[in-house]
Write a new protein. Sequence first.
Length: 228
Amino acid sequence: MKFSIYILIIFGSIFNLFSQSNKYSTPDYERIESSINDSTSGLFYNRLMERFLEGDSTLSLNESRHLYYGYFFHENYSPYDSPDYMDSIRAILSLPDSIFLQSDKFIAMSDSVFKYEPFNLHLHDNLYYFYYANGKTEMANKIRVRLNIILDAIFSTGNGLKEESAFHVLYTAHEYFILNIVGFEFGGEQSLIGTCDYLSLKENDLDLDGLYFNVSRLFIKISEFSTD
């Protein structure tokens, strides 16, 4: 990753993020599905997605949650498959900045990926860097808002400290991105506990051994694929 804009710039203190006193709520997928399919609702999915892509900073937390977790019901949702162009994007990201920042193809390829994976955090992060380093502040801020929307939704579901308060994610890649932005390093061990991925952590200031990520929706989608 060329650049990570977070490391708690957006969410304040790491100690606040992992506070036991914070209130969290798990996604109510039945209610979310009903709301996002109602074309008369402000939570209608196509409308939420349009606002997200425009970098609309007025999206409420409730709207952000419907947007992110509602994507589970979208026909393009796949928890593991990488969209076309990802290999080419990885090749571009491996280039020195002097070459990477001159690559107009990166923007076009990113837009193509977002059509199928609109919540790709790693790609958003690097796209922010691309715009920021090229002095395109307005576009950089748009991408920053989109990152905020996704992470606000995820961090509203838990603190990751135990199975019952796990972060709910739609992609395993989001687990590792979150470790990075909160300043932890992956300890090298991953295990499945119930419906959660548990990732061990290297030694850290909070003395945390690991974090929990609820991946129940990934299992449901994978089981749907296997029965098709």
